[in-house]
Design a protein around this ligand. Structure first.
Ligand code: ZN
Length: 467
């Protein structure tokens, strides 16, 4: 439908040869066209190419309503919202209709009356796709009126009969007619609302205060749920469960690379800082590894999940601590170091739930995850058993002091003093910048420590590595 020549009456729309399609037909048609043209259907969705996306596409091609099962922070909302891009840019609706009636097949009484009176001269409007999507988080306080509708007392006072659909004040779902309706955390929806939802979707009628009104809506229904809530018997009424043609299981990034790609894409970035910011690859890997280890930790409640948001938050935190250091020390570059890691407590603690009565041990649990993450990442780069040149120098009484607020040049002096350190560092960076050398030095020292090749003592904010 070209912009300037858009039909503005039912007569003109008919003359244009417009063929109405249901929302599912429309999604299907546009999905197939997008696959054919090899365009990216879900931009910014990483790591789902071989798992979630094929299942989702099959469901759309089948015209099945979908429920996404997954823990928090698995891009469920993002995928749901991206479905809007598969709708036509705009569709014709009867002007002023509360439920976006199709001009060629109106369902509301008001529109049918109007067409009977005005015929082909009935005005139409064009509804953009962004306005054809609604979502609602299922909470115990949602009422039937919000979701489905209620009797409008003003209309009743005007003399309309209660059984007359003209007295209805439509809720969110009817107002999303011919669009996509998403309900998040479906198992939390009260049972009577689930019944109402089912009647609307399957029986195509609404029941309000004992009255039954036929309303054959055209809706693509998408829901999300935590897998455990969903499988829990009694949380979702069976007929509604059966309504979903496809269950799509989402998941956390399966690889460190995908975790890092999401971290990089999602982290909050500010422009205009005078200080250059750079995060070495190994530091990003450590942050991603902390999260991956967290997902396997028996101390953390896995039902609530360990979201990618933890990786993103932790990444932001170490970058910020590096920036704070650079400002305080007057350095030109902000480069995160191992000694910045303790600060991820604040960005991790808020986003995990511990098992049982472990709250008091939260700090220790997060520290342990950091240590193991450093160990795993270090051992991907180095073989500690082949690093004796470095460690023997410490057994001869040598020690190195580090801290998150120590000037980077102090580390450069160490690199000159310790035989073999400069070469060792080159495995992770070829930068000559003192800030990067400081970060790599700490990585090597801590890596040797977690491999039990160096001892470490902490006091007054400083860490000393020695034999
Ligand atoms: Zn209408």
């Amino acid at each position: 439908m070209g912009g300037r020549n858009k039909a503005l009456t039912i007569g003109k729309l008919k003359a244009s040869g417009y063929k109405p399609a249901s929302v599912k037909q429309e999604l299907r048609r546009n999905l197939i066209a997008t696959i054919r043209s090899k365009r990216d259907i879900f931009p910014g969705i990483i790591g789902y190419d071989d798992t979630v996306i094929p299942q989702l596409e099959n469901a759309l091609i089948s015209g099945q309503d979908i429920i996404f099962l997954g823990e928090r922070g698995q891009a469920k909302s993002r995928i749901m919202r991206a479905l809007v891009n598969l709708l036509d840019e705009e569709i014709p609706v009867i002007k002023g209709c509360e439920i976006n009636d199709n001009p060629l097949a109106p369902i509301c009484r008001h529109c049918r009356d109007r067409i009977a009176e005005e015929g082909d001269a009935t005005e139409i409007a064009w509804l953009p796709r962004q306005e054809r999507y609604s979502e609602k988080l299922a909470t115990p306080d949602i009422a039937i009126a919000d979701l489905i509708g209620d009797v409008d007392p003003i209309k009743v006072a005007e003399g309309k009969y209660l059984s007359d659909e003209l007295t209805i004040h439509y809720g969110l779902i009817p107002r999303t007619n011919r669009g996509i309706f998403c309900i998040n955390e479906l198992p939390d929806l009260a049972e009577r609302l689930q019944v109402g939802l089912f009647n609307l979707m399957e029986e195509r009628d609404i029941q309000i205060r004992g009255y039954r009104i036929r309303l054959p809506l055209d809706i693509f229904l998408v829901a999300s749920a935590n897998p455990e809530d969903y499988t829990n018997r009694g949380r979702i009424i069976t007929p509604l469960k059966d309504r979903f043609g496809a269950q799509v299981r989402t998941h956390y990034p399966t690889t460190i690379e995908n975790e890092m790609a999401i971290m990089e894409m999602e982290r909050r970035q500010f422009s205009g800082d005078e200080i250059e910011s750079y995060t070495p690859q190994f530091m990003k890997e450590i942050i991603a590894e902390v999260t991956h280890l967290g997902r396997r930790s028996p101390d953390i409640n896995q039902r609530s999940g360990v979201s990618v948001r933890i990786s993103i938050g932790n990444y932001e935190t170490i970058v910020s601590n590096a920036l704070r250091r650079a400002v305080m020390l007057g350095e030109k570059m902000a480069v995160p170091r191992i000694s910045d890691l303790p600060y991820i407590q604040s960005s991790t603690g808020a986003k995990i739930e511990l098992e049982g009565f472990e709250e008091t041990r939260e700090g220790k649990i997060i520290d342990d995850l950091s240590r193991k993450a450093v160990l795993n990442v270090f051992n991907r780069y180095y073989r500690p058993s082949e690093m004796e040149t470095l460690t023997t120098q410490f057994s001869e009484g040598f020690s190195v002091e580090v801290s998150d607020m120590m000037k980077s040049n102090a580390y450069v002096r160490n690199v000159k003093e310790i035989i073999g350190l400069a070469e060792t560092i080159r495995a992770v960076t070829d930068s000559e910048r003192p800030e990067v050398i400081a970060s790599a030095t700490e990585f090597v020292l801590e890596g040797l420590h977690v491999n039990k090749r160096l001892n470490k003592t902490k006091s007054e904010g400083k860490t000393v590595y020695r034999h």
